[in-house]
Design a protein around this ligand. Structure first.
Ligand SMILES: Nc1nc2c(ncn2[C@@H]2O[C@H](COP(=O)(O)OP(=O)(O)OP(=O)(O)O)[C@@H](O)[C@H]2O)c(=O)[nH]1
Ligand SMILES: [Mg+2]
Length: 485
């Protein structure tokens, strides 16, 4: 029998939008040939965000469309026109969705509670335009920063249905019928086995307590090793407060009776593991059938002798349902009382960047010095290497956090290769006192390295330092995007 795979685990490819490039432009007006830089900033790329929506109960939509890409930011333009930000894509996921990085296996988020969200692929930052890069010491920058690429990631979403009560039992025992009888859910019900392919969640109100019940699709012997449908679905009851055995008192199959059915299912639960401590109830179903009532009477003493609370029910006639509903409510309420209060809604999680507290690390690697760190790597990505002024600006930024000093300290020699970044690193020749930045160029005939004591040079250096201690990345952007130094 071909069993359609239940979509409770999907792989999703997500792309944050790229940031728009900043614009390098000079204001032009008649009779005012040098009107100053007026290049606008690029917009930020949109992010892909997963957000819990409690009205969504399956991951089925992701199965149909497994690639999601947020919009790019629009490049900046002249006349101080900033590019628009790309729209975020917000994907609604069910409560209880666990998000893993498909490549590393790392858990990125365990999404519980309405509106809880995680940014799975952040959009790239937009690049600053030359207007935002201008300062008193850099009046007319002839370059702008590039927009950064958005994150690209493959994630797996896994749903463990957050039901308070899990109904387990053989195919056709009447689990779906029970969900239908005590809640407003209308699962498919039929007298052939494996009618239910996807657990159905029903909301039950019993007195003061409202809780959810899920029918776990038919379990059979060997389910925990993958036979039948059960194995995948046992995951769904890992978070249940209670397990209810639905036992069929009206089956004519040889070798089946309520007690041995219960033993088979218990053996499967034990093989799956981790469910031993969950309270159990037993529902002897189909007592409306003449022989059913009789069989239930016979099974009851043995079950009670095992310490189980037994309910004789009929989902057809409604007999015994009230008692069972209130017994389930009691267990759920007890368990809720012991749980910590639910976390406040709307937790926003961002996967943490790989680098730690240090801004950068330097390692000797064969004939290279490898520099890694979130900031220097980002600065490299923002640099237009076709523009010497932009490269000079990059050199300034790198020096400002002490990379050159550190390299010298570690014994780097002029001419050594310096790689900034990981796999897609950009490699430079190490030239201490990098001299391509326009504003640190000495006047003709002078060498800055020999003029340390000249007051003008000192003043200029101080001014330069003051400029660099400004957070130029923050210009025109909300705080979220600025460098956190
Ligand atoms: N007479 C009688 N029939 C019942 C009762 N409950 C369920 N049934 C019948 O038993 C059959 C199977 O019921 P389902 O609720 O689909 O069983 P299930 O446990 O969900 O089965 P799977 O989804 O295959 O695991 C259907 O034909 C139901 O009408 C009951 O209390 N009395
Ligand atoms: Mg069913």
């Amino acid at each position: 029998m071909a069993i359609p795979t239940f979509v409770d685990r999907v792989t999703l490819h997500v792309h944050g939008g790229n940031g728009g490039h900043g614009c390098a432009s000079v204001h032009r007006e008649k009779f005012k040939p040098l009107g100053g830089p007026d290049g606008g900033n690029g917009g930020h790329g949109g992010s892909v965000i997963l957000r819990v929506d409690t009205s969504v109960t399956t991951l089925v939509d992701f199965h149909r469309q497994s690639l999601r890409r947020a919009d790019n930011g629009v490049p900046g333009k002249g006349d101080h026109a900033n590019g628009a930000n790309g729209e975020d894509i917000v994907l609604a996921v069910p409560d209880g969705t666990v998000v893993h990085d498909a490549d590393t296996g790392e858990t990125l988020a365990d999404l519980t509670g309405h509106d809880t969200e995680v940014v799975v692929a952040a959009g790239g930052r937009g690049g600053l335009g030359n207007a935002a890069l201008a300062s008193s010491s850099r009046k007319a920058p002839g370059f702008a920063l590039l927009g950064e690429e958005g994150d690209t990631r493959t994630v797996t979403l896994e749903l463990k249905v957050v039901a308070d009560v899990g109904l387990v039992g053989f195919p056709s025992a009447g689990k779906s019928s029970l969900v239908a009888a005590i809640s407003r859910a209308r699962p498919k019900i039929a007298d052939y086995p494996f009618t239910t392919l996807v657990p159905n969640l029903g909301v039950v109100v019993a007195g003061e307590t409202t809780y959810t019940v899920a029918d776990v699709p038919g379990l059979i012997e060997g389910a925990s090793q993958g036979r039948g449908l059960g194995h995948d679905f046992l995951r769904h009851i890992e978070r249940c407060a209670a397990i209810v055995h639905v036992l069929d008192c009206a089956t004519f199959e040889p070798g089946r009776d309520p007690i041995s059915d219960l033993d088979v299912i218990e053996a499967e639960l034990a093989a799956h593991g981790g469910l031993e401590d969950r309270p159990r109830l037993v529902a002897l179903n189909k007592i409306d059938v003449p022989d059913g009532g009789g069989l239930a009477e016979i099974a009851r003493p043995e079950l009670e002798a095992r310490g189980l609370r037994v309910f004789e029910i009929s989902t057809k006639s409604g007999a015994g349902l009230q008692g069972l509903m209130f017994a389930m409510a009691e267990i759920v309420a007890e368990r809720r009382a012991t749980l910590p209060p639910p976390p406040p809604a709307r937790i926003v999680l961002r996967p943490t960047p790989v680098s730690g507290a240090d801004e950068f690390t330097i390692r000797r690697e064969n004939d290279l010095w490898r520099v890694q760190g979130a900031k220097p790597e980002r600065w490299v990505r923002q640099t237009d290497f076709g523009n010497p002024e932009a490269v000079g600006y990059l050199a300034d930024r790198l020096n400002r956090i002490g990379i050159e000093d550190k390299l010298l300290q570690l014994g780097a020699q002029a001419g050594d290769g310096v790689a900034i970044g990981g796999e897609d690193a950009v490699v430079f020749d190490f030239r201490p006192q990098i001299d391509i930045g326009a504003e640190i160029l000495s006047r003709r005939g002078e060498d800055q390295r020999f003029s340390e004591e000249r007051p003008a040079a000192v003043r200029r250096r101080e001014k330069d330092q003051a400029y660099h201690s400004d957070d130029t990345d923050g210009v025109g952007f909300d705080d979220d995007w600025s460098d956190d130094d």
